[in-house]
Ligand binder design. Structure first.
Ligand SMILES: NC(=O)c1ccc[n+]([C@@H]2O[C@H](COP(=O)([O-])OP(=O)(O)OC[C@H]3O[C@@H](n4cnc5c(N)ncnc54)[C@H](OP(=O)(O)O)[C@@H]3O)[C@@H](O)[C@H]2O)c1
Length: 333
């Protein structure tokens, strides 16, 4: 705890997702938040700003994604969530419907740890929806132990990067047919501590949780900037962001000591509603119309990590990701 206070006071951070600079207060884009103690009390404002648009989100059943789901639903677009737990997804949709009055909510089953299900989910979306105005690649994990997906990839890299690489590529035609459209990627300040280890992308040699997580969040940023370059002039914009250090379930896959440290520190973390502000802003605000290839924090475009700006590395990641996932990438008819 002392370490936390000390580092916070010195503008340093011991938490990989905590930016070095303490962030100023800011307002939620589409909803008003007041704080009762440390618990946010959110009142959603009625608006139909996104009526007729279609949003596809991952990671909408918890934390930042759930808060963004509520705030976006309040603007009355159609929202489709990809979720691995059907019961949790249905409960979340019912709550969001009750809170916002938006009944145009749908779910498609998808475990991002299985590229077969990612492909099936993309195909189901393409078959059912005419347009895709916003794709929010938000889901993410960290785990204390190295695990592999059924496809044979290290789980953090697979869920945080490869699944979204495949999903986005399979939905590109839909995005292009819906211009102006947007891709929003939840990266992290952890990218500054990440490094792409192309000799051991799957951490088979040695595994450290935060290094694997940092690499995956750096991959999110490299992917964002490379996709933005590839889509330049197309009308599809691509941006990523750091949500802040947010009180969510992300630490639940870590060991017991880390979970305890996280729960002690959690009262210093921001609420999911505040953490979702930049996602909601990038998905909905006219202010970012046409802006692409940027990294945002607190609704401001800001400097991304030096490694994320390396175009050769971004191309290399794109090619390697394409090779690793080639059998799932055939265009959907
Ligand atoms: N919290 C922070 O301080 C922080 C800081 C920087 C960046 N981020 C990023 O923010 C994003 C959201 O994380 P969070 O903090 O809101 O964590 P969270 O509360 O744990 O939410 C993660 C979401 O991802 C979903 N998910 C995880 N694995 C999945 C899988 N295999 N298939 C389908 N969905 C899966 C979860 O589904 P279930 O509900 O089924 O578990 C949940 O909806 C992540 O990309 C994370 O890296 C978080």
């Amino acid at each position: 705890m002392d370490l936390f206070r000390e580092n916070w006071g010195q503008n340093k951070s011991w938490m990989p997702d905590m930016p070095a600079v303490k962030s100023p207060e800011s307002n939620i884009c589409r909803c008003r938040t007041t704080y009762v103690g440390t618990r946010p009390k959110v009142r959603y404002l009625k608006s139909e700003a996104m009526k007729g648009e279609t949003i596809l989100m991952t990671g909408a059943t918890s934390g930042i994604g759930r808060a963004a789901f509520i705030a976006l639903a309040d603007m009355h677009p159609n929202i489709v969530i990809l979720a691995r737990n059907e019961t949790k997804a249905k409960d979340t949709m019912r709550e969001v419907r009750e809170m916002t009055g938006n009944s145009n909510l749908d779910m498609i089953a998808c475990d991002l740890a299985s590229l077969d299900t990612v492909r099936r989910a993309a195909a189901a979306f393409v078959a059912s929806y005419d347009r895709l105005d916003v794709l929010a690649n938000n889901a993410g994990i960290i785990s204390g132990k190295r695990t592999q997906t059924a496809d044979g990839f290290e789980s953090i890299f697979a869920v945080n990067h490869l699944s979204h690489f495949v999903l986005t590529n399979l939905l590109l035609d839909k995005l292009k047919a819906s211009v102006p459209s947007r891709v929003v990627v939840t990266s992290s300040y952890s990218q500054f501590r990440g490094h792409m280890d192309f000799d051991d992308l799957m951490a088979e040699g040695s595994f450290r949780s935060w290094a694997a997580y940092g690499q995956s969040k750096l991959a999110n940023a490299l992917f964002t900037f490379e996709l933005a370059r590839r889509l330049a002039g197309s009308g599809v914009t691509v941006n990523c962001f750091h949500p802040g250090a947010v009180r969510t379930n992300i630490g639940s896959g870590m060991g017991r000591a880390a979970t305890l440290a996280y729960s002690v520190a959690s009262r210093f973390l921001i609420s999911p509603e505040r953490g979702a502000e930049t996602l909601v802003y990038l998905a909905s605000s006219p202010e970012v119309e046409g802006i692409t290839g940027k990294y945002f924090f607190e609704k401001q475009a800001t400097e991304s990590s030096p490694e994320s700006m390396d175009q050769i590395e971004a191309q290399r990641l794109w090619e390697v990701s394409g090779r690793l996932t080639a059998k799932w990438l055939d265009p959907i008819n």
